[in-house]
Design a protein around this ligand. Structure first.
Ligand SMILES: Nc1nc2c(c(=O)[nH]1)N[C@@H](CN(C=O)c1ccc(C(=O)N[C@@H](CCC(=O)O)C(=O)O)cc1)CN2
Length: 283
């Protein structure tokens, strides 16, 4: 039996329709949700993601501003812009597209964003709030993954969950959310001995490694829910995830595809966080 395919485009469409309705209701009361996106440099993938974020805002009736700097811009210029946006009442969410060029101190830049406008949830204050189980903004990718669990009725209480990857953007917040949902969580990474030992025990497996088709069918427990966070470009130009989709779908109970899985949900939850920020500011 092949796995249920968890369709990120369909789920994103459903949620975004609701966000548009809420945004229009808020705008009618005088507050139009506003997002500012800062892009530094010419990384082609980042440029696509930023374009898609701005387009998603337009479709959902949000205000958006895109600020683009050349790769050699001084960090101070970006910090001054963030200070300006922090004080701008039209802007409820500020996002700096990652990765930043090497001469930037990414942590310093992210800390410059006002925590109440940090719709990526990367500011230390918001990371701390998430750790304490009182999130203000949940980072968009793991937040999107939780929506798949809700939609598919995945039971997390008592489940064995394994997250491969320990990044600040995905692995760590994902593990925290699973833990708070009642799962027993293992975080695996590049130093993990016998990775397959862990993954084969997982009822829920989240792959965020950044290596194409890294998770193969023999590493997956039959019936497991497999979430693929990876986006890798193959030499032929095609996209693939961290999971060998064709093999693993024959073993798993449910699986997200790449493209069309977690990716569209990342942008959707950015809209969710921006809307939430705007609704809070209007209270
Ligand atoms: N400030 C941030 N930077 C980055 C984040 C983030 O959440 N905040 N995440 C990633 C990139 N990312 C959003 O910024 C992102 C990645 C992928 C997708 C997506 O929709 N992918 C599509 C395929 C798109 C394509 O054709 O290339 C899919 O999977 O179907 C959206 C957003 C790093 N930086």
């Amino acid at each position: 039996m092949t796995a249920t395919i968890l369709d990120g485009n369909a789920l994103a469409q459903k949620l975004r329709a609701d966000f548009k309705t809420r945004a229009e209701a808020l705008a009618a009361k005088g507050t139009r949700p506003g997002l500012a996106v800062i892009l530094v440099g010419e990384d082609p993938a980042s440029a696509v993601y930023v374009r898609n974020k701005v387009a998603a805002c337009e479709k959902a009736s949000f205000h958006s501003e895109k600020i683009v700097y050349p790769a050699d811009v001084a960090q101070d210029v970006v910090l001054r812009k963030i200070a300006e946006l922090n004080a701008d009442a039209k802007i409820h969410g500020i996002l700096v597209q990652l990765p930043l060029p090497k001469h930037f101190d990414s942590d310093l830049v992210l800390e410059a964003i006002a925590p109440e406008k940090d719709v990526d949830g990367f500011h230390a204050e918001n990371v701390g709030a998430l750790m304490q189980g009182q999130p203000r903004f949940i980072p968009c990718t793991p937040y999107g993954v939780t929506k798949f669990f809700e939609e598919a009725g995945v039971k997390l209480k008592g489940a064995e969950a394994v997250v491969i990857g320990r990044s600040n953007i995905v692995g760590k917040p994902m593990a925290m959310l699973l833990l708070q949902a009642g799962a027993t969580v293992t975080i695996c990474h590049s130093q993990t001995k016998d990775l397959a030992f862990h993954t084969k025990r997982a009822d829920v497996l989240v792959a965020a490694v950044g290596r194409p088709k890294f998770v193969t069918a023999d590493m997956v427990k039959p019936g497991a829910v497999v979430i693929d966070v990876g986006i890798n470009r193959l030499p032929d130009g095609k996209l693939c995830g961290d999971v060998d989709f064709d093999g693993v779908k024959e073993v798993a109970g449910a699986i997200t595809p790449v493209p069309g899985g977690v990716g569209p949900m990342t942008i959707t939850m950015l809209l969710a966080n921006t809307l939430e920020a705007a609704e809070r500011s209007a209270k």
